[in-house]
Design a protein around this ligand. Structure first.
Ligand SMILES: [Zn+2]
Length: 355
């Protein structure tokens, strides 16, 4: 696939397709400060336009204003391939999972008795459960899902080509996926994964139907994130489990890299949430038992990706790109801190139950 060049992003976004908001799309407040100017698509190099991000003074979220309207947003996805994304087990990157894969499967088997595997060392799994770092990685792998009861149903919304749908099936859920990108849907269906085309906030899925819903790196792309949360609340059974991940607007990396931070991804990310904004939006949408979870050691990925974005910018010298030891120490510090303060990481992961 030919990569577009910088010149493709220098054109303006079509004027008639710019939507002026005048308020925060998360909390509706009109109190905002300028956060970034002249943001460009330096990740996929396919979206034209220069973007302004405001910081909401009420809820701490960042949002593009103006932003692409819904009719034109497809322009920003011409080089964006959800169906290329292969979601590997995060724990695979760890020392013990490479040396002792049966311990990892042992942990999962203890949590999900339906998990069908050849070799599972249950005692090894028990030992891993006592190790906080291992537990964080393994729980992230299974999206903190509860052990499913018989016939429990799960939908992964924005599932790409369905790798997590497949995983949830292995864990014992009747799992399905919903995906906007028709090519990703086709790829999933070729692998006989139950994925249909659709998107938030109007999923067309039945009310009070699901025991679990997961939403990985999706909410920041939506024009109506609050309506989306209400929709998820509608399709969940009372007491149903919800898992969400999204970049953290108040991340250390955001302060470090400014407009080049990987979590921004203009103009595909329309709003980047703060933990406070997520908490109150979830409460308003009928969720309770809201818990932020440690995202795991993801800072290195954010920092490397942000460095790559910054390297295409005009003012890379100011970012201290050669101060590798400073950045490495910062990455370690963030990952360490997020073990005790889950809202201190580059990413927010939240679990909740429908009232
Ligand atoms: Zn707000």
């Amino acid at each position: 696939m030919a990569k577009n060049s910088l010149s493709d992003i220098t054109a303006p976004w079509p004027e008639q397709h710019l939507q002026k908001l005048g308020h925060c799309p998360v909390c509706q407040s009109n109190l905002a400060e300028l956060l970034h100017q002249d943001l460009q698509d330096r990740i996929f190099f396919c979206a034209p336009g220069r973007w302004t991000m405001l910081s909401c003074q009420q809820c701490g979220s960042g949002y593009l204003d103006p932003r692409p309207d819904e009719a034109s947003i497809g322009l920003a996805y011409s080089q964006y391939y959800t169906h290329d994304i292969d979601e590997s087990w995060l724990s695979d990157a760890s020392f013990w999972a490479r040396r002792l894969p049966s311990w990892r499967t042992g942990y999962i088997k203890r949590r999900f008795p339906a998990f069908a595997v050849q070799s599972a060392n249950l005692l090894g799994g028990q030992l891993l459960a006592r190790n906080p770092t291992a537990r964080v990685l393994l729980e992230r792998d299974v999206r903190h899902l509860p052990t499913p009861l018989a016939d429990a149903r799960l939908v992964d919304i924005g599932c790409g080509s369905g790798s997590f749908v497949k995983r949830a099936q292995l864990l014992g859920y009747h799992a399905q996926g919903l995906e906007f990108d028709p090519q990703a849907v086709e790829q999933a269906q070729r692998q006989h994964i139950n994925v249909t085309q659709g998107a938030l906030p109007d999923t067309g899925l039945p009310s009070s139907h699901f025991d679990a819903v997961s939403l990985s790196q999706v909410i920041e792309h939506l024009h109506e994130p609050v309506r989306a949360l209400h929709e998820i609340s509608r399709i969940l059974k009372p007491g149903g489990f919800f898992w969400l991940s999204t970049p953290n607007a108040l991340a250390t990396g955001h302060r470090r890299f400014g407009g080049y931070w990987r979590g921004l991804e203009p103009p595909r990310h329309l709003a980047v949430f703060s933990a406070k904004a997520l908490q109150s939006s979830l409460q308003a949408a009928g969720f309770t038992d809201i818990h932020f979870q440690c995202p795991g050691p993801v800072s290195a990925w954010f920092y490397q990706a942000s460095q790559k974005i910054a390297a295409t910018g005009p003012d890379t010298a100011e970012l201290g790109l050669n101060q590798d030891s400073v950045l490495l120490n910062e990455i370690r510090a963030i990952d360490r801190l997020s073990m005790t303060d889950p809202c201190a990481g580059e990413e927010l992961i939240v679990t909740a139950r429908r009232v």
